[in-house]
Design a protein around this ligand. Structure first.
Ligand SMILES: Nc1nc2c(ncn2[C@@H]2O[C@H](COP(=O)(O)OP(=O)(O)O)[C@@H](O)[C@H]2O)c(=O)[nH]1
Ligand SMILES: [Mg+2]
Length: 366
């Protein structure tokens, strides 16, 4: 039987990168010399048909594979699935946009093979590394701030913990995969945070190139993800990023509720009518914001969104009953009014979160 056993799988998450893939494969071919490698593109059903390009490349070259994921989004999750699909002893992760310098991959791999480190990071900020031209001044500044915050949660100084370019043993990746947050944007940071100090880290410098084709997906959501990840890790992994988002959205919903209630009262609607209007507006806006942010990786669209909204109303309705039930019970058992009130809100919100994760955005929680 013919066999092809790669030493390293290069996992490349993609979203709308069709123009970059053929060049990337060519560059990998040149850079890897006699190392047996494969590349695994993990595409989240890109509208520009990146997966079609990847599969065409795969038809022409056994070293190219493609996983097309449907109905989900998420950079970290894509990397995890790509790495888990690999049988090679080593796994590297890099961007598709040619910003990462593939010529350092052999160095990274050699460091792992000599067992000098458990994880090797391609770094823009160490030695001859540089990000000139590849990074706007504003992003370079944000990245520096984030690097300091990151050092705090991973418990050590790493020059480029936000890097999307790194390599490690597949077994090590598999061992940590279960603890990672798949909707996140910063998977390396998550790996370092969840293994806090237990990994031997090496860094290899490279020059960050500027993006030629396609657009960056780094956006406000990526920044929120980062902050969520920080909180998740600060609470020892007990509070999930999703739960935090859900609670923040809930708090904003409360503010919206109060504004609508006030307007209703000023408009001389009776209290009950104004309160009901405020409740519907707040629930609807909570649903929309949660659908966009908290569950952006499994966003509901069209009729599914409408059905989701109706289910969300039901869940929140039951949540409100639970809230009132617990609060009243505590209140009559002589707890002070504010303890009763807060306990009711916590129970109601937790109920809403758990039930909507199961019934509205049907998925396991993480
Ligand atoms: N599969 C998948 N890939 C993504 C997603 N978001 C970004 N990517 C890919 O992840 C890599 C890094 O994203 P990029 O937009 O270059 O971020 P930047 O380098 O921080 O500006 C690129 O190869 C993107 O195509 C996603 O939701 N799913
Ligand atoms: Mg990039």
């Amino acid at each position: 039987m013919q066999s092809f056993s790669p030493t390293v799988s290069v996992v490349v998450p993609t979203f709308n990168e069709s123009q970059n893939l053929p060049r990337l494969v060519g560059l990998l071919d040149k850079a890897m010399g006699d190392i047996a490698w494969e590349v695994v593109f993990v595409d989240d059903d890109s509208p520009d048909g990146t997966w079609k390009v990847a599969k065409q490349l795969a038809m022409d070259d056994v070293r190219v594979r493609c996983i097309r994921r449907v109905g989900r989004r998420g950079l970290a999750g894509a990397c995890i699935e790509g790495a888990l699909s690999s049988a090679a002893p080593y796994v590297a992760v890099m961007d598709a946009d040619l910003q990462h310098d593939e010529t350092i991959l052999p160095d990274m791999l050699a460091t792992l093979q000599k067992d000098e480190a458990d994880i090797v990071i391609g770094s823009r900020f160490v030695g001859d590394g540089s990000s000139e031209g590849g990074f706007s001044a504003r992003r370079a500044f944000a990245s520096r701030v984030a690097t300091h915050l990151a050092a705090f949660i991973i418990g050590r100084q790493v020059s480029d913990p936000m890097s999307g370019f790194f390599a490690l043993k597949r077994e090590v990746f598999e061992a940590v995969a279960l603890n990672l947050v798949p909707s996140g944007f910063k998977i390396l940071l998550d790996i370092l945070a969840s293994t806090r100090g237990r990994m031997r880290v090496a860094e290899v410098a490279y020059r960050f190139r500027s993006r030629q084709e396609g657009l960056s997906k780094f956006d406000t959501r990526a920044i929120l993800d980062f902050l969520g990840l920080l909180l998740h890790r600060l609470t020892g992994g007990t509070v999930s990023v999703r739960f935090l988002f859900f609670m923040i959205v809930g708090a904003i919903g409360l503010a919206i509720h109060l504004v609508v209630l006030r307007i209703g009262l000023l408009g001389e609607l009776g209290f009950e009518v104004a309160q009901s209007a405020a409740t519907v507006v707040a629930m609807t806006s909570n649903f929309l914001v949660n659908n966009l942010l908290t569950y952006s990786d499994m966003k509901l669209r069209g009729t599914a969104a409408l059905a989701g909204l109706l289910k969300f109303y039901v869940v929140c309705g039951v949540g409100a009953l639970a809230n009132i039930g617990v609060a009243s019970w505590l209140f009559v058992s002589n707890e002070s009014w504010w303890i009763a009130g807060i306990a009711g809100v916590i129970v109601g919100a937790t109920f809403n979160y758990t039930m909507s994760s199961i019934f509205v955005w049907r998925q396991q929680q993480n």
